[in-house]
Design a protein around this ligand. Structure first.
Ligand code: MG
Length: 241
């Protein structure tokens, strides 16, 4: 192929430093309060569907009160749509995880799913315990936008928690942004995103921007294509604000 124009590459939007300081933290288990909507309580996937075909039940594995990613079944997302909310979710990288960088326990929580595949706003899930990668792609990052303020990642095999406060973006009738999305994230009880303003949905290549008007949206979990062992989730609940 002729050299037409300079191609934008995924590496162009990777940031490698400063490296967030390592903080030792415990998993924070918060049992759902009385007004929470339970998205996963260990029993079934009744609240979830397959992203690629929302008429199809979610196909991931439920066993021993834990939900485990089934990579070849694709992403899953909630039946319900949400706007502004508080979310609690716990996740575990399997002990003995293999791989390096982005190919080591990669999953993600799309705080608003705005289409098939990985369309949406991704809070990254990854093994970031002694695993170097670009800092805006670590666990606790808003992928390719904001590195975490600290790295409280626990060892593979240990449970970890995210507590998220999400303010959805709002759009004017002409599609322009009225107010951008905002998010605060606690990772194992440590503040890693402090009311940041998102630049738009997650963009793997190129600069993010608000190019798609949307309202309330499902929450999506990522079946990432890397070959490392699949990760697990438990105790997922949400409070609408
Ligand atoms: Mg991911």
């Amino acid at each position: 192929m002729a050299q037409a124009q300079q191609k934008t590459k995924p590496e162009d939007t990777e940031v490698w430093e400063p490296i967030p300081k390592v903080v030792t933290a415990k998993n924070v288990v918060v049992e759902p309060p009385s007004d929470a909507v339970i998205l996963f309580d260990g029993k079934n996937l009744n609240e979830w569907v397959t992203t690629e075909d929302r008429n199809k039940p979610a196909q991931w594995t439920v066993a021993n009160n834990v939900l485990t990613v089934k990579k070849n079944a694709g992403n899953i997302e909630t039946k319900r749509a949400f706007k502004n909310y508080q979310l609690h979710i716990e996740w575990q990288i399997p002990a003995g995880i293999s791989g390096t960088g982005q190919g080591r326990g990669n999953s993600g929580i799309f705080l608003a799913s705005i289409g098939k595949g990985d369309a949406g706003y991704e809070l990254q899930v990854l093994d970031s315990y002694n695993n170097k990668t670009y800092v805006n792609g670590m666990a606790g990052s808003i992928y390719k936008q904001f590195a975490p303020l600290a790295n409280p990642t626990r060892k593979p095999g240990e449970w970890q928690s995210y507590d998220v406060i999400w303010t959805a973006p709002e759009f004017n009738t002409d599609g322009s942004v009225k107010s951008a999305a905002r998010v605060t994230v606690m990772f194992n009880g440590v503040l890693v995103q402090n009311d940041i303003t998102l630049k738009g949905p997650t963009q793997y290549i190129g600069e993010p921007g608000y190019r798609q008007q949307h309202g309330a949206a499902p929450i999506k979990l990522q079946a990432h294509g890397d070959p490392s062992e699949p990760i697990s989730f438990r105790n997922i609940w949400i409070r609408e604000l």
